[in-house]
Ligand binder design. Sequence first.
Ligand SMILES: Nc1ncnc2c1ncn2[C@@H]1O[C@H](COP(=O)(O)OP(=O)(O)OP(=O)(O)O)[C@@H](O)[C@H]1O
Ligand SMILES: [Mg+2]
Length: 443
Amino acid sequence: MEMTPKQIVAYLDDYVIGQNDAKKAIALALRNRYRRMQLDKELQDEIMPKNILMIGNTGVGKTEIARRLAKMMDLPFVKVEASKYTEVGYVGRDVESMVRDLVSNAMRISRAKFEDKIQKDIDKEVVKKIVEILVPKLPKNATQSSQDSFIKTYNTMEKKVQSGSMDDKLITINLPKTTHVEVFDGANPMGDMSMMTDAIGNMLKNAKNNTYEKTVSVADAKKLLRNVVKEELTDEELIQKDAIANVEDGGIIFLDEIDKIVESSSNKGQDPSKQGVQRDLLPIVEGSSIHTKYGQVNTDHILFIAAGAFHISSPSDMLPELQGRFPLRVELEALDESALYKILTNTKNSLLTQYTAMFGVEGVKLVFTDGAIKAFANLGARANEKTEDIGARRLHTVIEKVIEDISFTADEKSGQTITVDKKLVEQKLENIVQNEDITRYIL
Ligand SMILES: Nc1ncnc2c1ncn2[C@@H]1O[C@H](COP(=O)(O)OP(=O)(O)OP(=O)(O)O)[C@@H](O)[C@H]1O
Ligand SMILES: [Mg+2]
């Protein structure tokens, strides 16, 4: 993963319109990580990441940028809503769960990488196990000639098993008593859930010292033995080490809704839990060692990207120490009519593409004229002006309102082409947008 800042921005451009400052800041932060890793260890330790604070209205692409980045790069990434830590029941330690989630995520990446690497070894070992069942072992005192013929038979059988020509033959294999259970250890939002699944996993592991025999086709044996062999060949310790290193040097935590844990200066002191969460966050952002089930994780070099609308409060209302840990501030601009138009026409997997594909399932060809798209953008921008500015999310409501009826009966229109033009859009929406009160409720 050594993309240049330009390449990163170019990638993001395919999905997010505008917001160049934010894209640049993030691209640079990522490149700086790469630069840092090329330096001497001593200097490496000195160079701290420049955490980023993204400030912008709702629906202008803050989360979208982070989401795309995570997809693009094989870096450990988690997104957490800072506001969730103010909820009843959350206390200090729970803030650390974001780091634990990050490690779980890294484990998945490292495990996938490892399994990829041992793929060939697994295949070989599975074949070996099967051939050993098919070709009877040679007694210790076998003559030279029977040894020679054994090797020949063995090699022939190996080729046959590999090629699949033995797939229908039945053999008896040994399997662990409890077949491998994939214990869910994903990025589940409830930190404690992972502890529980872990405990269950261990229970299962302990219970499977015994093996049992099963008679299956060679084809099925290949599948069943794969899991067994994979487990045998998997080096958990190595995976964990790799994951922790990956988190410490490449991890990214996206702290969404950070403004929800910041009180405006006029409201100071009304909600102590907010200040509390900021204080709990501080050591993690500042760099500390956190205990996870895979080992200690040092958070010094984890990159934090915080985002918030900051309508009521401002970044300067944050605890000064926390402010200081987000030195890079970028503002995301509001989306005007032309930006909304580009979002519909110039992004990969845009809303229109999605609708067209969904109608395609019904055998209906859905076509949007350019006039219709311009009308979506125009009416969306006007609705944003008249009521709250909810950014690109407005497009969802606007388009849905127009498509709703067509969509309801699409299954009856198989084989037809349905064209959405300017007239249709205006007919469905003009009245709604004209009337502010109705807009508020309908769009
Ligand atoms: N600049 C943009 N370019 C393309 N699509 C965008 C842009 N901004 C927003 N969108 C689309 O609008 C939706 C909402 O965007 P996103 O989730 O990024 O909002 P946000 O800025 O995080 O808002 P909030 O403050 O409410 O969390 C997404 O579907 C996203 O694809
Ligand atoms: Mg968001």
